[in-house]
Design a protein around this ligand. Structure first.
Ligand SMILES: [Zn+2]
Length: 470
């Protein structure tokens, strides 16, 4: 398609929906704050990682080429404390959590990004930023810690527009264990506090990075310049992102650090903040163990606009599973009996207006709920036609192109005729388990054969039945 709509994004810095004009459409530089790896990510974290996927896939559909980075924060207080407690190195401690993070995002079909730098591998870049900040008179040292002096950076607060007047300096506020000149100042480089704490010997002293510095350094390390888009959860806007600006623009005042700041809103559970004490805390693994399909979680995230609070509930997951089935069922009516080649070009005839509406919704600030609404309108049109005078062969093919293209964003559909959807598979597996329990082996075998015929392979393991598509 050559008449793609222009993309508009809400820039947190201005609060306005702005037309997105990257420095180079052939390499859109995007940085997203990633996980701190000391436990499993909860679904609130996963929402912002899935948002990164929505942004990526939408950019691709709209003709851009993304070059994306998500950092891994593999050093912080929790990581240090827990690795000391377990008497292992921070590398040994973080490795399984890093693996778990990648497994989770893969399960949610988040596309792999170009770069996943780690904080512990970006120390030299941090030193270079501190060098520049020192030259520019923005840092001072106390007790081996290096601090950023906010009062010397003119633009502090321009992103969050937060009223800093209440946060004045002074001893009576200084409950902190560090001696700062100003309560608002933040630490760039921390001297070790604990015995056995991981530290680096550097030209700015023995220590380890402050969290804010890591992101500025990793952006510099990957791109050697400012970037087009910076994303993160809304809770990172202040002070984390404000501090990133202070560091990066303080060190490189000649460069624009970030053109578009885009923030993803919180996830609530049944209208409440998710917390372990309320018993409404879920990881992806919790939900899978409860037999919810990861694709339903993906769909639920897609069905909310990124800038609105997502109100999660188990019943909404069930609705999401039904919604996926409705789209798949219509697609199944169009698929040829014999598996053919998948469509190779976007729709150009019957399905073109619907596809344009889908793209226009994405172009309007990544409005995925509206895009899904448009999909359901088109499903209705297709089904009505199929129920009455039918669709011509070329119209059917054009619809297949449509489903193929929208699935480049959604990634919840499959294109083999008669294959079962995930919840059908799970249901049959459960029925087979019950049949085995009641010693009805003929029925159990029949279910296994039926699944095999539809391309589903079962494997009985000591942790229950696992399955995969052939
Ligand atoms: Zn960050």
């Amino acid at each position: 398609m050559n008449d793609l709509p222009g993309l508009f994004l809400t820039n947190s810095q201005t609060g306005e929906k702005e037309e997105f004009r990257p420095a180079d459409p052939g390499r859109v530089k995007i940085y997203s704050c990633g996980p701190t790896v000391y436990n499993f990510n909860h679904i609130g974290n996963l929402r912002s990682y899935l948002f990164v996927d929505i942004l990526r896939r939408s950019l691709k559909l709209l003709g851009f080429v993304p070059d994306q980075t998500m950092n891994i924060t593999d050093i912080d207080d929790k990581i240090i404390n827990q690795s000391i407690e377990k008497k292992i190195s921070i590398e040994e401690f973080t490795r399984p959590w890093i693996d778990a993070f990648f497994e989770d995002i893969k399960t949610l079909r988040v596309e792999e990004l170009e770069h996943y730098p780690r904080a512990t591998e970006s120390i030299e870049e941090m030193m270079k930023i501190i060098d520049r900040l020192k030259e520019n008179g923005l840092v001072y040292e106390r007790d081996g810690n290096v601090y950023y002096s906010i009062s010397h950076f003119q633009n502090y607060g321009k992103l969050s527009k937060i009223d800093l007047s209440g946060m004045i300096s002074g001893a009576r506020y200084d409950a902190d264990e560090y001696r700062k000149e100003d309560l608002r100042d933040f630490v760039l480089w921390k001297a070790p506090k604990l015995e056995g704490e991981k530290s680096w010997q550097t030209r700015h002293g023995l220590g380890r990075p402050g969290w804010h510095l890591e992101c500025s350094a990793m952006i510099r390390q990957v791109y050697q310049s400012g970037i087009d888009i910076h994303t993160g959860g809304i809770d990172l806007l202040f002070p984390h992102h404000e501090n990133e600006i202070a560091q990066s623009e303080g060190a490189f005042p000649e460069e624009k650090f970030v053109k578009y700041w885009v923030h993803c809103e919180h996830l609530l559970v049944e209208g409440q903040k998710m917390s372990k004490s309320l018993g409404n805390f879920y990881t992806l693994r919790d939900l899978i163990a409860m037999n919810y399909s990861p694709l339903a979680i993906r769909y639920l995230f897609l069905s909310y606009h990124y800038a609105t609070k997502l109100n999660f509930s188990l019943s909404r997951l069930e609705e999401a599973e039904k919604a996926i089935s409705r789209i798949q069922n219509t697609l199944d009516r169009l698929l040829p009996d014999e598996p053919g080649a998948l469509p190779s070009s976007p729709p150009s005839g019957f399905a073109l207006p619907a596809f344009k509406e889908f793209l226009a919704s994405l172009a309007d600030d990544l409005n995925t709920p509206r895009a899904l609404g448009k999909v359901f309108e088109f499903l209705k049109e297709i089904n009505t036609k199929l129920d009455s005078d039918g669709l011509k062969e070329d119209e059917k093919l054009d619809c297949l192109s449509y489903f193929y293209e929208i699935n480049r964003l959604l990634d919840i559909l499959h294109f083999e005729k008669d294959s079962l959807n995930d919840s059908d598979v799970e249901r049959l597996i459960l029925e087979r388990t019950e049949a085995k329990k009641s010693k009805n082996f003929a029925r159990a075998d029949a279910i296994r054969d039926e699944l095999l015929e539809k391309g589903i392979l079962l494997e009985d393991t000591k942790n229950g039945v696992k399955w995969k598509r052939k």
